[in-house]
Design a protein around this ligand. Structure first.
Ligand code: GRF
Length: 202
């Protein structure tokens, strides 16, 4: 069975979309563990409700050893690490040990509105003030560059003049919940090849 670790920092609606896809048999894998970046986030509660093992790896306790601690928990135990609304940046050995086996979902069409400090509502705020008519979400592989790894899937979402950042976030999230399980499914079925920093999907 293909095993995944899901890392989250907040409400965990993307985690829930993975749980639901597995339950509905649209995704054939097991969530081996959920790792939260702090205590008390609802993502951890979702894991608990489902009987999924969970850990907290807090930057306050682990500092620059945060990624190493996550590596310690996941090495040899999972086939893929899924960043689902995870706000810390992974660095060091974990990127080598899990090369092309870590994915992230970002709430914009990369390479726009991404990179360091572009997360959560800040992304949607920047999208709205730029005046673009379309935004979306992107699932990509994780490498040393923030939001810079090969793009796996993208989905487009319209931006309306009257949108608040919260309304736009909600519209984008609906697409995220479809896109992330779909990307995991492609990986579990070995349908993705990376060629010169681009993915070819079978
Ligand atoms: C999502 O927009 C995700 O793309 C971002 O964090 C937001 C919240 O996700 N990185 P979740 O509800 O915690 O899954």
């Amino acid at each position: 069975m293909f095993k995944i670790a899901v890392l989250a920092s907040g409400g965990g609606t993307n985690l829930q979309s993975i749980i639901d896809s597995i339950d509905n048999e649209n995704l054939n894998c097991k969530i081996e563990m959920v790792i939260g970046s702090k205590e008390g986030i609802y993502a951890l509660e979702r894991a608990k409700l489902k009987g999924i093992k969970s850990y907290v790896v807090n930057k306050k306790d682990y500092g620059d050893k945060t990624s190493d601690r996550i590596l310690e928990l996941t090495k040899g135990k999972v086939d893929l690490i899924v960043l689902a609304g995870y706000l810390s940046i992974l660095q060091g050995n974990i990127l080598r040990e899990f090369k092309d086996r870590i994915i992230n979902i970002h709430p914009s069409l990369i390479p726009s509105f991404c990179g360091p400090k572009m997360y959560g509502l800040k992304v949607h705020e920047a999208v709205i003030s730029s005046g673009v008519k379309y935004t979306g979400c992107t699932v990509h592989f994780v490498n040393e560059e923030v939001d810079g790894g090969a793009i796996i899937l993208q989905e487009v979402v319209p931006v309306y003049f009257e949108d608040t950042k919260e309304e736009l976030q909600k519209r984008v999230l609906e697409k995220e919940h479809i896109l992330l399980p779909k990307a995991i499914d492609l990986i579990t079925r070995n349908k993705i090849e990376i060629i010169n920093g681009k993915t070819r999907i079978e």
